[in-house]
Ligand binder design. Sequence first.
Ligand SMILES: Cc1cc2nc3c(=O)[nH]c(=O)nc-3n(C[C@H](O)[C@H](O)[C@H](O)COP(=O)(O)OP(=O)(O)OC[C@H]3O[C@@H](n4cnc5c(N)ncnc54)[C@H](O)[C@@H]3O)c2cc1C
Length: 352
Amino acid sequence: MKIAVVGIGIAGSYLLSRFSEKHEVDGYEFLPLERFDAVCAWGASKHEMKRLIKPTGLNFEDYILHEGRIMRIEIGRLEHAVKLKGLCTFDKKRLILDLVKGCRVKFGVSPSFQDLRDEGFDLIIDSTGMHRHLLPRVRDDLLLPTVQYRVRFTDPPFDDFYIHPFSKLGGYVWYFPIGNGEAHVGAADYFHRHDEHLAAFLREHPGEIIRKTGRPIRATPPSLCDPFFVELDGVSLVGVGESVGTVFPLLGEGIIPSLQCAEALIQNMNDLPHYRSVILQKFQLYDRVYRLLRKGFKGQLSSLRQMFALWSLYADLKRNEERYGMSISIIDMLKTSFRRRLDRSSRNMASP
Ligand SMILES: Cc1cc2nc3c(=O)[nH]c(=O)nc-3n(C[C@H](O)[C@H](O)[C@H](O)COP(=O)(O)OP(=O)(O)OC[C@H]3O[C@@H](n4cnc5c(N)ncnc54)[C@H](O)[C@@H]3O)c2cc1C
């Protein structure tokens, strides 16, 4: 097959690497090589990453920058520690560039469907993430704004993962260590409080800002990202990764789900309707979480409904602790999601 992969993020680079053995495959990335970056905090569970990366011939362990032991969660004045089970940061940019080593990739290019059709491709893959450059737009797309800094600290404020969730399930500040006293420090928030929270964090924990990035994260689940594929003039166009919503909406975690999505495309590239149903089935949980978030954003979540939704989410996460890279405890989840009340009670405790 003659295949075009448009968008060389984690999903596109993975496909390029896996397809290049058996097919004629070309990659296109709109950022020029000298400005290429993997905009992300680079956090993922090493267990699932090792499994996914193995067939490419690379060893995921070679890219790990920091292995987590404890994630600190700050809620109001309370602090809580979650035991980690494989959550790490890794050099995502270097991994992407190594995955495409030896493959044909044009950087600084953003081809249209017509350009690629005229070049005679049989299959065109839209792996452009939230841009979804080639596929039709998603209606009512839920895109969460983010901002992130790469910061060098002379005296790092934390030696491990740290997050500070905001009220109404809107988002959180994160601090992900990436080695040598550096960290990705960022924030995402549906209610646009991310800039102010991040600025407050950096006032409290100043460091040298090396790079500022950020782009919205798609929180719309795959079931609402149709169409997944389009047949035009005898050419198939199909989406993979964040372009079709494979991001866990509660956390904005998209690396592993996008790789899993790419893996499903490899297994079903000759049957795109089946690929779509595999993805819809695999990411059903994201629908439930998306509905929970939508209700939370509108302030329509009763405590009872929230408890029920949390319980079903807990059951799923608990079964997959290594996949998420952390010990999942219902107590932690209750503390995090009912943070508004905790905030209030911790303030009351602090007042004379
Ligand atoms: C600030 C931030 C922090 C994050 N932190 C984490 C984290 O720690 N862990 C985690 O699991 N997930 C995280 N995510 C989400 C995760 O980065 C993405 O969900 C995941 O990378 C999606 O992979 P992808 O390959 O589908 O898309 P992307 O990684 O977005 O790759 C898309 C590629 O397509 C290119 N492109 C875009 N438009 C065009 C075009 N018109 N033509 C050609 N190329 C184009 C882009 O330049 C990019 O290289 C974070 C996201 C953000 C924004």
